[in-house]
Ligand binder design. Structure first.
Ligand code: NAP
Length: 284
């Protein structure tokens, strides 16, 4: 039987720590770390994420503002809002909720954010910093995975970590974060040959594929740590991950559930990044 990695409990503990650090920051500087969240259009899932981010900021004593723009907002309007937020001293972190409506160029929008305020860490400057292992903050989901592993005392040093998925927001930065902590990392993707054998060799598996039950019991060695980043819906509308949880759990040493595993960590890391950005900006 595996030990369940409880993302809710971990997120709560990390947020309590962030809250006390925010209060200490405010006492010392007279300022509160500030996050601006920009949403374009009325995608219901994005609206929920944005509301949750706003609420999470308030809970840890941070300042936050939400900028809701209509779906037909033109590029110039969005870029000028970002320029205004870049210059606003109350704002330490800027997050543009993705995906953007099709007529807006996501790359251009990400490039417009001041890298020092890019708390999603999607700007190429921050991506480069992660690559050289010298960064203030990392993308929230892979950073959340590392926080979970640390919280449970799971050291990746010397371990073979197999990451399934190579997206810019999860798989690739996950590989860099694990490499920085001296893991031996293999990244698999849709063109990987012999994926099951590779995953069977893993001490730690991170699944970020976006396919329900992709990781089966046959693919996991006894005692492996299994981290499930996937968020999928079953035909019945139930939330599920990329791992066949019921079959894999008896073989694993530690495993994250979906929901309640990696998910709750993502916003928590956004708060952590905003605090880190505020501290960095104060230094300058
Ligand atoms: P993505 O951009 O679609 O990337 C999926 C990756 O999986 C790609 O690298 C793809 O390979 C690989 N893949 C797809 N089919 C495969 C197969 N049959 N064999 C091996 N590899 C395969 O997705 P993402 O944004 O990284 O997200 C992955 C999952 O995590 C999704 O379920 C998403 O909802 C979830 N997610 C969760 C959180 C959270 O907060 N918990 C945050 C972000 C994402 P190619 O590159 O070759 O196409």
């Amino acid at each position: 039987m595996a030990i369940l990695i409880d993302g809710k409990e971990t997120a709560k503990a990390v947020r309590e720590k962030i809250h006390s650090e925010v209060e200490a920051f405010a006492a010392e500087t007279g300022k509160r770390p500030g996050l601006a969240v920009v949403i374009v259009g009325e995608d219901p899932a994005s609206q929920v994420y944005v509301r949750n981010k706003h609420k999470a900021c308030a809970e840890v004593g941070m300042y936050s503002e939400v900028h809701e723009l209509p779906a037909d907002t033109d590029e110039e309007t969005l870029l000028s809002l970002i320029a205004r937020l870049n210059a606003d001293e109350k704002i330490n972190g800027i997050l543009v909720q993705l995906p953007l409506p099709k007529h807006l160029d996501e790359k251009k929008v990400i490039l417009a954010i001041d890298p020092k305020k890019d708390v999603d860490a999607f700007h190429p400057v921050n991506v480069g910093k992660i690559m050289i292992g010298d960064f203030t903050f990392a993308p929230c989901t892979p950073a959340g995975v590392m926080e979970l592993l640390h919280h449970y005392g799971i050291d990746v040093c010397g371990k073979h970590c197999v990451i399934i998925g190579r997206s810019n927001i999860v798989g690739k930065p996950q590989a860099m974060l694990m490499l920085k902590e001296n893991a031996t990392v293999t990244v698999c993707h849709s063109r990987t040959v012999g994926l099951a054998d590779i995953v069977r060799g893993a001490d730690i598996v991170v699944a970020a594929v976006g396919r329900p039950k992709f990781v089966t019991a046959e693919m996991v060695k006894d005692g492996a740590v299994v981290v499930d980043v996937g968020i999928n819906r079953t035909a019945e509308g139930k939330l599920c991950g990329d791992v066949d949880f019921d079959a894999v759990e008896p073989k694993a040493s530690y495993i994250t559930p979906v929901p309640g595993g990696v998910g709750p960590m993502t916003i928590t890391m956004l708060l952590k990044n905003t605090l880190a950005a505020a501290r960095e900006q104060l230094k300058k």
